[in-house]
Structure formats: structure tokens, C-alpha cells
Design a protein around this ligand. Structure first.
Ligand SMILES: C[S@@+](CC[C@H](N)C(=O)[O-])C[C@H]1O[C@@H](n2cnc3c(N)ncnc32)[C@H](O)[C@@H]1O
Length: 214
């Protein structure tokens, strides 16, 4: 979907009355649910470190690196990345920065890109990032598209991380296809799970490490 279409869709969704949104979400249940995610090979999970939350993951991200966040909103996690990893460059991508913390936006390491995530990634050189954090559109097709656009942009040995590693199909909560998209990618491409981060609502974060030899 291009910028214009996505912004129009967002505007329509925001203008819809809550009750109409509920009807639309309930109607989605008429569709058959997607298949279960594939079983992950044990070898790809063996080295995984379990962490108390996503902020703890930042302690394992390279200092002075080149980082990217897809989906920024108010900049809460961007602020954590700046404080904990002191990045050389932090590329922030969102369709709007209207609500983003001015402290984030004015930081000397921050580069903002007001555009669709896939459009941004497709224009980046391969191997540019030490860490990419995927937290934009959580629908299954959108996460698959972000993964395909991001995978070659991570340096060998770098991390591709995801917020809301969940499968949510119930009305009222949106639809989260992050779990399905990430598991399929792991099985298809063999990237190991490096970090699994706990979260109080069971909306976990995970990080995959790009194999060095690929
Ligand atoms: C869950 S919020 C991000 C929260 C932020 N990562 C944090 O943890 O503080 C999702 C953001 O992604 C943006 N977004 C959703 N789909 C997008 C897309 N395809 N391209 C760019 N931005 C997108 C939305 O505008 C929204 O600000």
C-alpha cells in the first residue's frame, strides 16, 4: 500500500464511530483464521536469552551503532534507545511524527523519515543497521512485508527485533500477525532467536540475530 492510500485508510479508521469499528472487527471473525504458526526448530531457540522486558534487550544492543525503529508514535522506546545505546545514528520511521516527543526529534543522532516503513527500507543500502526494531502495522501481511524489506538491511550478526510477538484475532483488539510472520520467517530462513522479552500483557518482544555466514 502506498503512503496516500495508507493515510486515507488511517483517516477513515480514526473518523469511524466506535460501534461501527466493533461491527467491522466482528465481521472479520467470519473469515477462517490463519493456520497455526509452524513449530520452530529447537536448534534456533537453544541460545536464546530470556529478559525481564524490552528495555533489558537494549543492554545487548551495540553501543554507538546505527539503529532503526519502524513505528515511533510518541517516541517512548526511541528515548530508551537513545539513553541506553548512545547510537551514532537512530533512524526513526513513521507516517506521522505529530505526537512524537520533541526531546527525541531534536536529538543530534536522530534522523526522521516520515514515510511508509517498506519505502524507507527499500531505499537503504544492505547491511546498514546493527539493530532494527519493527513496531509499525501489526497485521500479518504488513509484518511479512516489513520482514522482507528489513532482512538484508541488518548487518550479519545484527538484530532484527519485533514488538508484540503475539497472535490476536479477537474483535476489539485489532489483529496481530507478528507471531505468525516471525515464526514463518525463522523456519524459512533459519535465523536464531537471540532474545525473548517478558511483558505484563503477554505482548512479548523478540529479537532474531542475522547469521554471520549468510
Ligand atoms: C505501536 S506504535 C509505535 C510505538 C513505539 N515503537 C514505542 O514502542 O514507543 C505504531 C506506530 O507505527 C506507525 N505505523 C503503522 N504502520 C506504519 C507503516 N506502514 N509505515 C510507517 N509507520 C507506520 C503508526 O503511525 C504508529 O505511530
Amino acid at each position: 500500500m502506498n503512503d496516500w492510500l495508507y493515510k486515507t485508510e488511517l483517516a477513515i479508521r480514526r473518523a469511524m464511530p466506535e460501534q461501527l469499528k466493533l461491527v467491522v472487527r466482528a465481521a472479520r471473525l467470519l473469515k477462517a483464521p490463519p493456520p497455526s504458526a509452524p513449530t520452530l526448530p529447537q536448534a534456533q531457540l537453544d541460545g536464546c536469552i530470556v529478559l525481564s522486558d524490552r528495555n533489558a534487550m537494549l543492554g545487548h544492543v551495540m553501543k554507538n551503532g546505527v539503529l532503526c525503529e519502524l513505528g515511533v508514535l510518541h517516541g517512548a522506546f526511541a528515548l530508551q534507545m537513545l539513553a541506553q545505546t548512545q547510537p551514532r545514528e537512530l533512524h526513526l520511521v513513521d507516517v506521522t511524527f505529530a505526537g512524537c516527543d520533541p526531546v527525541v526529534l531534536s536529538h543530534s543522532s536522530v534522523r526522521t523519515h516520515q514515510m511508509m516503513t517498506t519505502g524507507f527500507l527499500n531505499a537503504c543500502p544492505d547491511g546498514m543497521f546493527d539493530f532494527i526494531y519493527v513496531d509499525a502495522d501489526h497485521s500479518y501481511p504488513a509484518v511479512c512485508a516489513d520482514i522482507q524489506a528489513a532482512k538484508n538491511k541488518v548487518k550479519p550478526g545484527g538484530l532484527l527485533a519485533f514488538n508484540d510477538f503475539a497472535r490476536i484475532l479477537r474483535p476489539g483488539l485489532g489483529q496481530f500477525g507478528v507471531h505468525q510472520a516471525v515464526c514463518e520467517f525463522m523456519v524459512d530462513e533459519g535465523w536464531p532467536l537471540a532474545f525473548f522479552c517478558m511483558q505484563g500483557e503477554a505482548l512479548y518482544d523478540v529479537a532474531l540475530r542475522r547469521p554471520s555466514a549468510v
